[in-house]
Write a protein that binds this ligand. Structure first.
Ligand code: ACO
Length: 436
């Protein structure tokens, strides 16, 4: 860590001497107070469940300005990346810090596409799951199992192993997600076709069959590519922090990423796109747009436990920039597929309009997040609702890997080991059985 940019003083009302602590400026964003010596100098911990005021690491990858609604990957605004670059360029940027030139892009894409097949034995492992298993349950298992199949790239302290594991994970995730889908619907797995784009290959493995030639629709290919780009990284969110914490013990990259997949599954995180689409379908089934007002009253009733899924975010207190881009893609895909009058899209827009004008949402700074529209796009493409979070996991893999590798290369990294404020019983003796 660099020298302090300035200092702050912590004073106590219990007579304990005050303490000077270093403060550092980031390149953008809030300054951070370095409290690492707090415990050794005062015997005290800080208390911050949910990490509301805690920076868990230093990072150069992704920056979010939640008040402005700004998202930067390595300094580049998400709007420019989603419009001018594709997912392979974004992966190169996140992993290596710079956008590739034409030659680097070609080489990187070739390297990734060269690793798209999975070990043939993996399909037998997959066949052990119930056919009706949730794809996220299957994916958590499959990604964890990669360490059994690719044991030659599991040493997290070896830079070559880390590089090979990174490429393998990015390359094989589409194959695994498509296999999980095909297994559920009872169709044969399709081997990857490496002359297609990353997104095009995924679409073919999902929707092609061995009986017919599959023609990739360029509008859908671009939409899937954009979904991947928009979900590629999001600084220290719950699943990324899980990957970092898991990896901090020195475990292998496949194990750490499978921990991220498991965390992403939750409805407060990646599972929100699935929950959002079920919410829209439910409103539609119970009267549609005419019932939107009634539904919103339930959302605002604290006793109802109903939330407007796809709304609100821990960091964004403004419109999530990814939601705007997703809405744009939603328009394009629905038009291409002749679904311009899609009732769920109309419903989502009606809910958004009411929410953006309602004091409950305005006063709490609740805006649509990326999941509000991504489900409608995916459903239109033909992706089943229970696979939405799997697509998110596929896209986020590059971010997880980049963050994990950044942590391992950081000379200041240590095993993550939070402390606690203990509020349980003080020391006591075990009473004999007849006195309990
Ligand atoms: N619907 C209704 N009320 C909400 C919503 C919502 N979607 N989100 C937050 N609120 C309310 C809370 O009830 C709370 O109200 P209160 O101050 O009266 O108690 C206030 O807004 C603040 O919300 P918190 O839950 O404290 O905010 P937090 O930062 O902890 O949670 C979260 C953020 C989990 C994303 C939350 O907004 C939520 O559950 N949203 C719906 C799920 C969702 O869309 N998740 C996707 C996140 S993005 C992603 O992972 C890709």
């Amino acid at each position: 860590m660099k020298l302090a940019d300035y200092k702050t003083t912590l004073s106590f009302t219990n007579g304990q001497p005050s303490l000077e602590m270093p403060v550092y400026n980031g390149s953008i964003g809030p300054d951070v107070i370095d409290i690492r010596k707090l415990y050794s100098q005062t015997g005290m911990f800080t208390y911050d469940p949910g990490f509301l005021s805690t920076a868990s690491c230093q990072s150069t990858i992704t920056f979010i300005d939640g008040d402005k609604g700004e998202l930067l990957y390595r300094g580049y605004p998400i709007e420019q990346l989603a419009t001018n670059c594709d997912f392979m360029e974004t992966c190169h940027l996140l992993l290596y810090g710079e956008l590739p030139n034409a030659r680097d892009k070609h080489d990187f894409t070739q390297t990734v596409m060269h690793h798209t097949m999975v070990h043939e034995q993996m399909q037998f492992f997959l066949r052990g799951f119930r056919r009706d298993a949730h794809p996220m349950a299957v994916l958590t298992g499959l990604v964890g199992a990669l360490s059994a199949f690719y044991h030659d790239s599991t040493d997290i302290n070896n830079p070559e192993h880390r590089e090979v594991a990174a490429i393998r994970l990015i390359a094989k995730m589409p194959t695994l997600v498509a296999m999980a889908y095909k297994y559920g619907v009872g169709q044969p797995f399709l081997y990857p076709q490496n002359n297609l784009s990353y997104a095009g290959n995924f679409l073919r493995m999902m929707f092609g069959t061995p009986c017919e030639e599959y023609k990739v629709n360029p509008v859908l290919e671009r939409a899937i590519d954009r979904i991947f780009t928009l979900h590629a990284d999001h600084e220290q969110n719950a699943s990324t922090s899980t990957v970092r914490l898991c990896g901090s013990s020195g475990t292998n990259p496949f194990a750490a990423i499978s921990a991220g997949v498991a965390c992403l599954w939750g409805p407060a995180h990646g599972g929100a796109n699935e929950a959002c689409l079920y919410m829209l379908e439910n409103i539609q089934a119970n009267g549609g747009i005419a019932k939107v007002g009634e539904f919103m009253e339930q959302v605002k009733d604290k006793n109802s436990n109903v939330k407007l899924m796809g709304f609100g975010h821990r960091v964004y207190k403004n419109y999530d920039p990814r939601a705007k881009l997703m809405q744009e893609t939603c328009n394009e895909v629905l038009k291409e597929l002749g679904l311009g009058n899609d009732p769920l899209f109309k419903l989502a827009k009606a809910l958004e309009k009411i929410a953006l004008e309602d004091d409950y949402f305005v006063s709490r700074k609740l805006y649509p997040n990326v999941d509000f529209y991504s489900g409608i796009v995916q459903r239109a493409i033909g992706i089943p609702v229970n696979l939405f979070t799997g697509i998110f996991a596929l896209a986020r893999t590059v971010g997880w890997v980049a963050q994990l590798n950044e942590m391992i290369s950081d000379p200041e990294y240590k095993i993550g080991r939070p402390r606690q404020m203990f509020t349980g019983s003080v020391k006591r003796d075990v009473p004999p059985m007849n006195k309990r």
